[in-house]
Design a protein around this ligand. Structure first.
Ligand code: FAD
Length: 441
């Protein structure tokens, strides 16, 4: 038995992946999971790596960022990807799984690993020594309080109320104008609307389908941050006096204030993503694309992240975690999964993989893997560790991964799919190098 050991708290997508990566590198793991004694409001099975909602791991092509992420994880020996591939069901270009079979495969692999010991209890303190905390978006209340009191912790969020974020290159900027309200600079992109356009938009908005509110997500939590569709339901002009107010935003092309305006604010340092200011929403994702596509300039908008309003415990990670998901103030204490500010099953497992590999290397005193931000795994690490006053959980997207460099004299690839393919190939070659330098069994 190995004399090097670590604790992993939470046997979800991230915790199982982290435990596996550690154990495969000869680290003895104590895996603490509160199920089945205590269940979060969304967990129902006694198996590990439970999929609490959809059975889809989303796109599986390399020209899709989450498809690239999956391939990186496969190369690095991911347990979650192996079990997902073993239990997949037909889903076109996506990877979907038989959820019970998937969880059963993960549970069996963890249970049969000789270096993983299972402890079925609720963690109510953080143990001394090397640890990875992966208790997820529905971390138990008592443990959330423990996390909240950690040194260096600025905020622990319990709800996620975010407006959609769109890729700049998908906007028709000929219909937008750049201006900050009252001429205080040029920081915002503004989509002006005529009265007719506003009327059509509001009618569609109030009739659009919204996502279901789970029993544990009481309505009252959303009062301080009202969804745009709820404002519109309160009165036709309410959005136009709220986030869509045109005051101080005269369109430079007409010299006049439009009837209403949608403001878009830069969302990342590389200026590739913009969020719709004040547009937090519970609309279903397809409805967001349809209804927000009525905003001039957003007809063909592609979404880096749809708006959401749901229960989600997550850290204000920038300044608290580094890009390997390790606490800046406490060496060998890592976080992994949705709690770090990544979003989605695959992203959660991916962060568990990075945390597990990194902690194993620290304990084994071998080369520490460094995931550059030209890879999907590295881009997620960069997202959670880069200072950002609007920090919000994010799915993996090409907007987060370093774009191809501009080489003077060389033509930029015209087609987006070709650019994504080139980004993916660059990333996979980098991941193969990391695997050859740091790989487990
Ligand atoms: C309601 C809901 C629906 C979602 N739907 C989707 C979806 O359809 N698709 C998608 O990609 N993502 C979805 N997500 C987001 C996210 O991808 C999943 O929540 C994902 O499971 C996160 O993985 P994780 O490992 O971080 O957490 P989890 O998979 O939730 O694992 C955390 C584990 O920690 C355990 N735990 C919690 N507190 C303690 C404690 N104190 N001591 C011991 N154990 C503890 C829990 O029992 C759980 O097993 C959803 C999230 C929620 C909340």
């Amino acid at each position: 038995m190995s004399d090097r050991s670590a604790t992993v708290i939470g046997a979800g997508l991230a915790g199982c992946e982290a435990a596996w990566q550690l154990a495969e590198r000869e680290i003895h793991v104590r895996l603490i999971e509160m199920k089945p004694h205590k269940m979060s409001p969304a967990h129902h099975s006694d198996q590990f790596a439970e999929l609490v909602c959809s059975n889809s791991f989303r796109g599986d092509r390399l020209t899709n960022a989450v498809g690239l992420l999956k391939e990186e994880m496969r190369i690095l020996g991911s347990l979650i990807m192996r079990c997902a591939d073993e239990t997949k069901v037909p889903a076109g270009g996506a990877l979907a799984v038989d959820r019970d079979s998937f969880s059963a495969h993960v549970t069996k692999a963890i249970t049969e690993h000789p270096l993983i010991e299972q402890i079925h209890e609720e963690a109510v303190s953080i143990p001394d020594g090397p640890v990875i905390i992966a208790t997820g978006p529905l971390t138990s209340d008592a443990f959330a309080e423990v996390i909240r009191s950690l040194p260096g912790m600025s905020t622990l969020n319990f709800y996620d109320a975010a407006a959609p974020i769109v890729f700049r290159e998908s906007l028709d900027e000929s219909k937008l104008f750049r201006l900050s309200r009252y001429n205080r600079g040029n920081d915002y992109l503004n989509a002006p609307m005529t009265e007719e356009e506003y009327t059509v938009f509001i009618n569609e908005l109030i009739n659009a389908e919204t996502a279901e509110i789970h029993g544990f997500e009481e309505n009252r939590v959303f009062e301080g941050c009202m969804p745009i569709e709820s404002m519109a339901k309160r009165g036709f002009m309410v959005p136009a006096f709220g986030p869509m107010k045109p005051v101080g935003l005269a369109d430079p092309r007409t010299g006049k204030e439009p009837f209403a305006v949608v403001q878009l604010r830069q969302d990342n340092a590389s200026d590739t993503m913009y969020n719709l200011v004040g547009f937090q929403t519970r609309l279903k994702f397809g409805e967001q694309k349809r209804v927000f596509g009525l905003i001039p300039g957003l007809e063909h908008a592609e979404y880096a992240r749809y708006g959401v309003m749901h229960r989600n415990t997550f850290l204000n990670s920038p300044g608290f975690l580094n890009s390997s998901f390790e606490m800046i103030n406490r060496k060998q204490c890592f976080f992994a999964g949705q709690i770090t500010g990544v979003e989605g099953y695959v992203e959660s497992a991916g962060s568990g993989l990075v945390a597990g590999m990194t902690l194993a290397a620290e304990l084994n005193e071998t080369e520490i893997p460094v995931f550059p931000s030209c890879t999907a795994l590295g881009a997620m690490g960069k997202h959670v560790s880069t200072p950002n006053p609007n920090f919000q959980p994010m799915n993996c997207s090409f907007g987060l991964i370093d774009p191809l460099p501009v080489i003077p004299g060389e033509k930029r690839l015209k087609k987006k799919q070709d650019r994504y393919e080139a980004v993916a190939q660059r990333s996979l070659s980098c991941i193969r190098t990391i695997q050859s330098q740091t790989g487990g069994k």
